[in-house]
Design a binder for this molecule. Sequence first.
Ligand code: HEM
Length: 148
Amino acid sequence: MYNLMKFLHLAAAIVWLGGITFMLFALRPAAAEQLAPPQRLPLIAQILQRFFTGVWGTILVLLLTGLPMLLGVGMKKAPAGWHLMLGIGLVMFALFGHLYFGPFRRLKQAVSGSDWLEGSRRVGQIASLSLVNLALGALAIAAVIFLV
Ligand code: HEM
């Protein structure tokens, strides 16, 4: 059971962090090179809508598998890295919630109003916040591996 939880936990992390990596370093620069804002921004908003729905799922899986693994061992006995993972994970969830209900909601509004300047600004904000989450995710994984 523990191994199954760890597998699902790891799979959820791969989907989330892999998705951010693809968006930031492959999709975004290619779309900026090939498409003008009126074509690019509606496409990006659609892609993000689908990806972010998946991210809500990965957050649920990370919590539903991470907490039982942690609590099963006990907070007192758990290594420092596990505590750090919990803390960093909670910050990542809060940051994602902020970007989903803030800049991403504004991006959708900008796209439906054909306000491409505002839309580009919001995509930039989403990219910056996602980059922070990518770095935090890497840090959380490093913590659980190195701080045992
Ligand atoms: C806040 C909720 C979280 C809790 C309570 C939690 C808890 C844990 C625990 C207890 C382990 C250790 C399992 C073991 O070594 O046997 C673990 C491993 C892991 N966690 Fe989390 N975690 C959380 C969030 C995250 C996040 C946000 C990510 C990255 C997006 C993540 C990625 C991983 C990975 C990749 C491992 C496996 C490391 C290895 O192979 O040893 N976790 N987590």
